[in-house]
Design a binder for this molecule. Structure first.
Ligand SMILES: Nc1nc2c(ncn2[C@@H]2O[C@H](COP(=O)(O)OP(=O)(O)OP(=O)(O)O)[C@@H](O)[C@H]2O)c(=O)[nH]1
Ligand SMILES: [Mg+2]
Length: 376
């Protein structure tokens, strides 16, 4: 087999082009693998996928923002159905506001995945309505907003039926930011259709899928998994592997409600801090975040000092900090006039219901902090 032919072979787990030159680059396999006859070069996993699948260890590889933009821009020139997956727990941290432009004239479906993470009490009807309003607010015009949990086969069956109804012989591109569950959803689709176990590599590390992966459909078209877009404002894209484990929720989040007085502050680990400065008086304020991110309440006047002395220890995650260059938090202030969530991209949100209230959220520099209409 010639070198040229080898260039056409991709890892079945992450879509990276296979190569045997550089061990710590995407798609590496030993040369003995690539030297096999062409007909045996199917269903091959690269070294990185092997380690992820067997040991849950990830090696870093570089994809530039340009690679993603090129890929997204290509979709608008195709005749395809575009399915944009969003994480309902991290709605603001996973929403790609320019998605309508990337979809071009193609029909768009929005999928709110990971519904199992939200407290059951919210109800799916309410989430769907809330999400429809929010995506329309940023100019997206989807045919439908569908909710799924990739862990729940019935919700994936419903999604498959919807896709079948609207795709009309087209290819289907599954797109979205990192870690929203694109590959897990496609694995479930394959599993339902063919009974095969998880083919595509998935993990809680953002940036698992590295190239497009085509899954053939009965009519000769394909479902195409794509690498997640890295949204720099999302905290999970800059956390250590240990911290990620704690910050990304894996089961239903249990909101913690504090009866806060004015001039009190609450730390979310050491990754963010919420200040209740002024309002109608004492009020119940709910914190939605991974159950493994602990909260610490303090008086506002003591908060700066507490952070300086205890970030990385009492205030954790972050688990490890660089003592010479300790992390800094930047303050974002809001006057809350209607029941609202103050969101930290990738981490969660704080729900303020009694208004008007003056509050602030502190988060690492460049991490997105937003105010939105309360989900609950
Ligand atoms: N709780 C929960 N976890 C999910 C769901 N869907 C996916 N996950 C988990 O979320 C993590 C990311 O899933 P992936 O399928 O790898 O996400 P992706 O969108 O393909 O990510 P990239 O390839 O990095 O862009 C994994 O740990 C999945 O197990 C879901 O519906 N609920
Ligand atoms: Mg993926």
């Amino acid at each position: 087999m010639s070198q040229l032919d080898n260039e056409m072979v991709h890892c079945i787990g992450c879509g990276a082009q296979l190569q045997s030159e550089t061990e710590n680059k995407a798609g590496f396999v030993p040369s003995s693998v690539l030297n096999k006859p062409a007909e045996e070069l199917t269903d091959i996993y690269c070294k990185r996928c092997f380690r992820l699948r067997h040991y849950n260890e990830v090696s870093d590889v570089e994809l530039t923002d340009d690679d993603f933009l090129t890929m997204l821009n290509e979709i608008s020139s195709k005749d395809a159905l575009v399915v944009n997956v969003i994480d309902v727990f991290d709605f603001n941290g996973s929403l790609i506001t320019g998605m309508q432009r990337f979809a071009g004239k193609n029909p768009l479906i929005i999928v709110g995945n990971k519904t199992d993470l939200l407290p059951k009490a919210i109800g799916e009807g309410r989430i769907r309505q809330w999400m429809t309003e929010r995506v329309e607010e940023v100019g997206l015009r989807p045919l439908e907003v569908i909710l799924t949990s990739a862990l729940n086969k019935d919700s994936i069956r419903t999604l498959m039926n919807k896709i079948d109804k609207v795709r009309k012989g087209r290819d289907v591109y599954i797109v979205g930011s990192t870690n929203v569950g694109k590959s897990t959803i496609i694995n479930q689709i394959i599993n339902i259709a063919t009974d095969s176990p998880d083919v595509i590599t998935t993990s809680y590390f953002p940036g698992t899928t590295l190239g497009s992966i085509e899954i053939p459909l009965d009519d000769g078209q394909a479902i195409i998994d794509t690498p997640g877009i890295i949204l720099r404002a999302n905290m999970t894209n800059s956390l250590s592997k240990q911290d990620l484990k704690k910050v990304i929720p894996r089961r239903e989040i249990k909101p913690v409600i504090y009866q806060l007085e004015e001039q009190q502050a609450v730390f979310l680990g050491g990754l963010a801090r919420f200040d209740y400065e002024k309002g109608p008086g004492k009020q119940g304020i709910a914190f939605y975040k991974s159950n493994e991110v602990p909260l610490h309440r303090t008086k506002l006047e003591n908060a700066d000092e507490l952070y300086e002395n205890h970030v990385g220890a009492l205030l954790t995650p972050p688990g490890e900090i660089d003592a010479d260059n300790p992390p800094k938090l930047v303050k974002h202030s809001f006057v809350v006039k209607q029941p609202s969530d103050i969101v930290v991209s990738g981490l969660g949100w704080v729900s303020v219901h009694e208004t008007p209230a003056h509050v602030s959220m502190w988060a690492p520099e460049d991490i997105g902090v937003y105010i939105r209409k309360a989900i609950i």
